[in-house]
Design a protein around this ligand. Structure first.
Ligand SMILES: [Zn+2]
Length: 268
């Protein structure tokens, strides 16, 4: 830091009569996690939820791919004073991805498959709802596997010519049997050998609603409730679920909102 910058920072601290209220420290954009910090005793609310504030004051929340307008944080000071932080949401840049050659049953499931899909969605929603005060999310992500990026977050998808849900994760092209590592420490909240769309699937809770998801696995080596460290092998990659070939689908979420993991991964 330049000496002048240091002086400016010191002057600011000396002149500040009271601790500053909660602030956001990162970009507020569709598909991203937003990091901020609060002062001791402050409550920060977003989207009808009290955010977990870590012992160092940091908090985190997510902005969905299709969120529009403003993210509004309600800040309640220790003395009960309420204020609002209105944060304009910047738009993401999404491309269009056409995928052909998928089994038709995986693009337009029949009635029997729809029953199965509904039951599986409930399991996933339950894992997504896990609300813990763990602080593992502060560590930052590491690559669960390295390979060519074959699909990015946010793409509008046209499967076998039919418009479908956007792609809400990062695809890493790795051959079947590649060890998959936990991207951060946490607790496994879902470990399923074969879901309809995502095949072998693991979800890990990192606290404060931050979760990672690993899909299309050929083998799952962890159980629900198991604690893992960053870098622990949790599974082997594969080509299970709705795929045209082997790859890892890697997801990041804040509770039910699926976000883009790419900005939080180290360089390739
Ligand atoms: Zn994917």
């Amino acid at each position: 830091m330049r000496p002048t910058a240091l002086l400016a920072a010191c002057a600011c601290l000396l002149l500040a009569p009271v601790a500053r209220a909660a602030e956001v420290d990162s970009e507020v954009r569709q598909g991203l996690l937003v990091f901020g910090h609060a002062t001791p005793g402050e409550t920060v609310r977003y989207d009808k939820r009290n955010l977990h504030v870590a012992p160092d004051g940091r908090f985190v929340f997510g902005v969905g791919r299709d969120a529009k307008g403003e993210a509004v944080l309600e800040v309640i000071a220790a003395d009960g004073t309420q204020s609002r932080l209105r944060l304009p949401i910047a738009g993401g840049n999404w491309n269009i991805q056409r995928i052909d050659g998928l089994p038709p049953s995986k693009v337009t499931p029949n009635a029997e498959a729809m029953e199965r899909i509904k039951a599986e969605r409930t399991k996933i929603a339950n894992a997504r709802a896990v609300d813990s005060a763990r602080n593992d999310w502060q560590a930052g992500l590491q690559w669960p596997a390295k390979g060519r990026i074959s699909g990015v977050y946010g793409s509008q998808r046209i499967l076998n010519g039919e418009p479908r849900q956007p792609h809400l994760g990062l695809d890493v092209a790795v051959p079947t049997g590649t060890p998959i590592a936990a991207a951060m420490a946490g607790v496994v909240t879902l470990a399923e050998p074969d879901l309809y769309f995502t095949g072998g699937t693991v979800i890990i809770d990192h606290g404060a609603g931050v979760q990672t998801l690993y899909a299309h696995l050929s083998r799952v080596d962890v159980k629900t409730g198991q604690m893992v460290k960053a870098g622990d092998v949790i599974a082997l990659s594969g080509a299970t679920g709705r795929v045209t070939g082997p790859h890892l689908h890697f997801g990041l979420a804040w509770y039910g909102l699926q976000l883009d993991p790419a900005p939080y991964l180290p360089g390739p």
